[in-house]
Design a protein around this ligand. Structure first.
Ligand code: R5P
Length: 295
């Protein structure tokens, strides 16, 4: 019988996964010592197989150390088979050396996670830019799922959207726009994005269908500052869209992000529970459970 181990950042998702599998949930107690070190304790005795659930946001550094401490403790206690569910995998943006001397964090942290010897690493919508293949970073045990279709389905059903068009805010988001549109039989396209600064981007339409009398779902992987999403929402309205819903897998949500997107006129901003947030309306638990059941 598998135990689901709920680390600090994914307590709700871990309980949903345990509930759907009918598995036992082992909570984790985490305290921070005055010098910033973490104290970690499993609040239950594990059996011989465990799945550790830990999103690497918020506080990716603490989250990563907790994941390592918990996983190694499970091994010390004799658990033979350990899988990791890392619904939001951090450190992926620095996937190359842009300037001399920089750490290629995506590769280094990927190697670290890989070295933990998990039999399976389940992630969701990894931010893969220059490195397209997730196994190049996390090895052959990785299973990178996508929440794009369940997000778009939620947006369309909840808001009863008319003849929706799915739009990715940039070329990289084409993969998610496509996955979101296909099950709905909807049209999809992407904007062209140019980043001016960490907070500012310019978007331009490219082969956009006529949006008059049509609603739009903007689909992306991450909302961080909300700048990209806000620009995409505004651009859709500029092109005469009806109602626009903003949907992203990971709600990183820097301060002011939601204000920016609602300020651009979005009728709703939705995300999943890969990062627990006030807009986590869609759960990835079912997708993860299906993957955990696969051999
Ligand atoms: C960029 O390539 C990503 O797919 C997202 O569009 C981006 O990370 C969102 O960031 P922000 O919310 O800060 O614009």
């Amino acid at each position: 019988m598998v135990d689901i181990v709920a680390c600090t950042n994914s307590q709700i998702l871990a309980s949903r996964i345990a509930g759907a599998l009918g598995a036992r949930l082992i909570p984790v107690e985490r305290k921070v010592f005055p010098d910033g070190e973490l104290y970690v304790r499993l609040l239950g005795e594990p059996g011989d197989e465990a799945v550790v659930v830990q999103s690497l946001s918020p506080k990716p550094n603490d989250a990563l150390v907790e994941l390592i401490l918990v996983s190694e403790t499970l091994r010390d206690l004799g658990v033979g088979r350990i899988a990791a569910v890392i619904p939001y995998m951090a450190y992926l943006r620095q996937d190359t050396r842009f300037n001399p001397g920089e750490a290629v964090s995506a590769e280094i942290i990927g190697r670290l996670v890989r070295s933990m010897g998990y039999y399976k690493i389940v992630t969701v919508d990894m931010h893969l830019h220059r490195v397209r293949d997730p196994s190049m970073l996390l090895g052959p045990a990785v299973r990178n799922l996508s929440a794009a279709s369940i997000l778009a389905e939620y947006a369309v059903k909840t808001h009863n959207l008319r003849n929706p068009v799915i739009i990715g805010p940039d070329e990289e988001a084409e993969q998610w726009a496509k996955k979101a549109a296909e099950p709905l039989g909807a049209e999809y396209t992407v904007f062209e994005k140019k980043r001016i600064s960490p907070e500012e981007v310019i978007l331009k339409p490219r082969g956009l269908p006529d949006l008059k009398n049509r609603d739009v779902v903007i689909v992306d992987d991450i909302i961080s500052t909300g700048g990209t999403m806000a620009k995409a929402v505004a651009e859709a309205y500029k092109n005469k869209a009806g109602r626009v819903v903003a949907a992203a897998t990971h709600a990183v949500l820097a301060p002011g992000a939601l204000g920016r997107i609602y300020g651009a006129g979005a009728v709703d901003v939705v995300a999943t529970d890969t990062i627990e947030s006030p807009i986590s309306m869609v759960s990835v638990a079912r997708l993860i459970v299906e993957e955990l059941k696969r051999p």
